[in-house]
Ligand binder design. Sequence first.
Ligand code: FE2
Length: 335
Amino acid sequence: MLKKLALGTLVLASSLFAANEVNVYSHRHYDTDKQLFKMFEEKTGIKVNVVKAKASALIKRIESEGKNSPADVLITVDAGRLYQATEKDLLQSIDSDYLTKNIPAQLRDKDNKWFALTKRSRVAVYKLGTGIEKELKTYEDLADPKFKGKIMVRSSNNIYNQSLMAAMIAHHGEEKALEWAKGVVANMAKKPKGNDRYQVKAVANGIGEIAIANTYYIGKMVDNKEVAQAEAVKKVKILFPKFENGGTHINVSGAGVAKYAPNKENAIKFVEFLASPDAQELFAKGNFEYPVLKGVKASKLVSSWGTFEDDTISINTLGENNAKAVKIFDQAGWR
Ligand code: FE2
């Protein structure tokens, strides 16, 4: 009897201990997240343990850990990877009134296996004084020979580019998408290298005239201690291209709860927190992303770049077309 009681107490104690943490596998690589996680810890007393890596590596890890995976939450910086995690059956439906009520249907999985937390737009950043803004209106334009030697864009193994291509396929089909990719490759100022900020800096410094980048990187460059970045960004401006038959390409950073999450309740609380007004404001102000929660505005700086209409294709399509996108990049010689 005594022994049983002791064991029961032990089980209770360990479950209490387990209830006080959440294990987050995250591909987000931004400073604001540390602040957000701390805010959550202070508010709830739940400790946030973070494993940071690329989404593809995190997905592989959850897959190989199987039922024993300690992962509670998977956060990615792209819809394509969230889709992949869902396809591999690594996430579970989240039953949360708050999330379903506040995150629009087009910004979450159909079975509520993941929810977008922020939106970002993939745009053209052009050198001031070049007149590019008069000539470049659409993503399709980027393949026009008039931009030969003017485009700076990162490698095709980057998920942001893959999702842009996935959207191009959704709008025009694979054949036209391949033609487009070949056109862009022919217009490149240099072989793809470096990240989004690298492309923007290059354009600011006279290598090419158009950089393809995610919006928030411009905000991070303006708000940067590194003089070279802050100075470079003064020489460029954002332009929101559209698809000929759609709007401006947007992608999302989002989160899902792992299928075998040992701390499921905490995981849901954590995702709800990231979609709360306080957290959404920090995403907007601290990382220059577009909040997904109604009523939370983009930062002053981000708003100053102007408005645009979100593209019409579903966010899920970015994931569905990912494999085709990778293949087309390869065929087009976009390294
Ligand atoms: Fe990023």
